[in-house]
Every structure is written in structure tokens, then in C-alpha cells.
Ligand binder design. Sequence first.
Ligand SMILES: Nc1ncnc2c1ncn2[C@@H]1O[C@H](COP(=O)(O)OP(=O)(O)OP(=O)(O)O)[C@@H](O)[C@H]1O
Ligand SMILES: [Mg+2]
Length: 363
Amino acid sequence: MSRHLEVRDVLKTIVASARELLDAEYAALGVPDDHGGFAQFVVDGVSDEQWKAIGPLPRQHGILAAMLREAKTERLADVRKDPRFEGWPSAHPDMSDFLGLPIKDGDETIGALFLANKKCPKPQGGCGFTQEDEELLQILAQHAAIALTNARLYERSRELTIAEERSRLAHELHDAVSQKLFSLRLTAQAAAKLVDRDPARAKDELQHVVALAAEAADELRAAVVELRPAALDEDGLVATLRTQIQVLDRAHGARVTFCCDGIRALPAAQEEAMLRVAQEALHNALRHSGARCVDVTLDKRGVGAVLRVNDDGKGFEPKSIRRAGRHLGLVSMHDRTSGVGGRLTVESEPGKGTTIEMEVPGG
Ligand SMILES: Nc1ncnc2c1ncn2[C@@H]1O[C@H](COP(=O)(O)OP(=O)(O)OP(=O)(O)O)[C@@H](O)[C@H]1O
Ligand SMILES: [Mg+2]
């Protein structure tokens, strides 16, 4: 029952074994869905042509529905004579004696396993299936329960992993790549304006475009394989920030400055978080605030450090920004900060500029 075997294959094996071991003409297993139908329905003893002729998958009705609802074993001499029987599609094979068991995970009924038409001679008017058959089928139903539960757990953990991975990638792409592309666009626009008037400067700007495109490609690669920004490992936080801020200063109309006081190296995760927060705060200041000056400082505080990104732009009302939705930047800054045990404050007011402060504990 390995998890690598598709659950459907496991169920098929169980149904085929049940039919063979209990010497029945037909065997089936149904896993209900939440809409009155079946998420899985596996049969044995019915040819492909017959199966096609029967038509769509059964709905949860008649004896099947009763078994799922009441979670009770049903051993019937003639299923057609049961008051709960509601008929079959015309191409359905005729069935008389019937043995059906619920498949349970704790208290929850997660399916039904059933057999029809015992092949050996049956007692006059009685059911061909015996108490012993019932016990044997019970064991198979337990195997089916394990397979189904494992499959559900596996699916759930896979969904969780995918969701986490997706949100990490979204943040990473947002924080690193989209900002680089934004600068790239501005620089390209500047180059286009300069082409006729000042070809030499246009050429400079275009070289800049090339460099930014290369950086964006690096960031993208790093985001995808979850690497730290390469520059951090090579140059450390201070030098990386200084270079990036010089680039922004050149690429944008606003004056962007950097001032750093006696910082020692911080733990790698904290440096990375700080770089990402600085990038997003700078990006927001340059994109939203219309500031003339954006000043970044990085200061020592105890064994930790404090990063401050201040702009003299138009400011905003932090409370009015919804946490969910289109805006990822502020959310991402908070997440990254708390992820390394730090503290983030956003101070802003319409007309008064904005200050983002991030403190990390160091250590
Ligand atoms: N420095 C700032 N000056 C003025 N307004 C700002 C500043 N920083 C953020 N804002 C406002 O807060 C909003 C939310 O910012 P946030 O970074 O969360 O999202 P965004 O920048 O709009 O989109 P993105 O997901 O690309 O970052 C912005 O749309 C903007 O209105
Ligand atoms: Mg933003």
C-alpha cells in the first residue's frame, strides 16, 4: 500500500481481491463526494462495454445512500426486494444477494465496499454471503480506509506545502524582482528621451538598463531556488545597501542617501530580511510618495541594528491599507521582520512624509 501507488490503483486491487476471495460476480467501492455523487467509484466484474452502457456514475441513492448514511453492514438475500431499493439504469447487471460494508475513518464514513451475486450455490431464498465473508470483507474495508486516509493526508500536506511555497515566491518576486523591473523601466524611458538630444548619455543609460536587467535575472533565479541575494554573501549588508542606494539615486529624480554608523555583521537571516525591507521601503517611497529626498540610515542598537527609511513625500494613512488584497509590500515587510524576531514600525501621515523603522535583535 505504498503512497507511490496511486490511491485508485490500491482501491482497484482491493475491489478485485474482494470479488475473487469472496467468489462474487460483482464488486465495487464508492467514495462519496459532497454533492450527492461519488468522487471515486471502482468496479470489478463489469466489462468496459457494459460499464459504458450503464451510463453516468451512480448518485448516492437507494441502498448505497443508506449504507453511507447509517454506516451499517448490509447482508441481503435480494437487494431488489429491499424497501430502500430504488432501481437501476437499464443496462445495469441484475443483482440479487448483496454484502456491503461501510469504510470508516474513526467515526466518519468515507466510503462503501460491496459485493453482489455469490457464485456458489446459495441456500434456498437466502443470502449466499456468510458471516465469514463479512469478516473477510471487513479486513479489506480497513485496508481501503487506510489507503483513503493516507491519500487525504498526503494531499492535504501537499496543498499546504504548495501554498507556502507560492506565498514565499510571491513575496520574493515582489520584493526583489518587481522593483528591479521598475527601475529598469524608468531608466529605459530616460534613455528613449535622450536618444536624439544626447546620444552619449542615452548610451550610458542603456548600459544601465543592461545592468539592471542582469540584476533582475539574478534576483529571479535566486527567488526561484531560494538563494540569498548573492551580493549579501559577498559584500555584506552595508556594502550591498550602499551600492543599491547609489543606483537608485542615479535612476530616480529624488535624492537618495545612505548613512551608516558602526554596524557589525548581523546573522545572515537578519541581514537578508533587512535588505528586503529596505528595498521595499525605498521602492514605496520612490513610487508612491513623490519625495524629493529619501534618507536611509543603519545604526547599531545593542547587539542588534536599526534601519530607518525616511522620505519627505506625501505620506499616507497606514491604518487605511488593507492587509489582504493587492498590496503586498507592507505585509511582506511585517512578515519578514517578525520572521527574524524583529520589530517594524510604519510612521506616516498625509502631508508629513513616511518613516519605516526596522529593528533586529542581532546576536
Ligand atoms: N512611502 C510612502 N509614501 C506614500 N504612500 C505610501 C508609501 N508607502 C506605502 N504607501 C501607500 O501604501 C500603499 C501600500 O503599500 P504596499 O507596499 O503594501 O503596496 P503597493 O506598493 O501599493 O503594491 P506592492 O504590492 O507592489 O508593494 C501604497 O499603495 C501607497 O498608497
Ligand atoms: Mg509596495
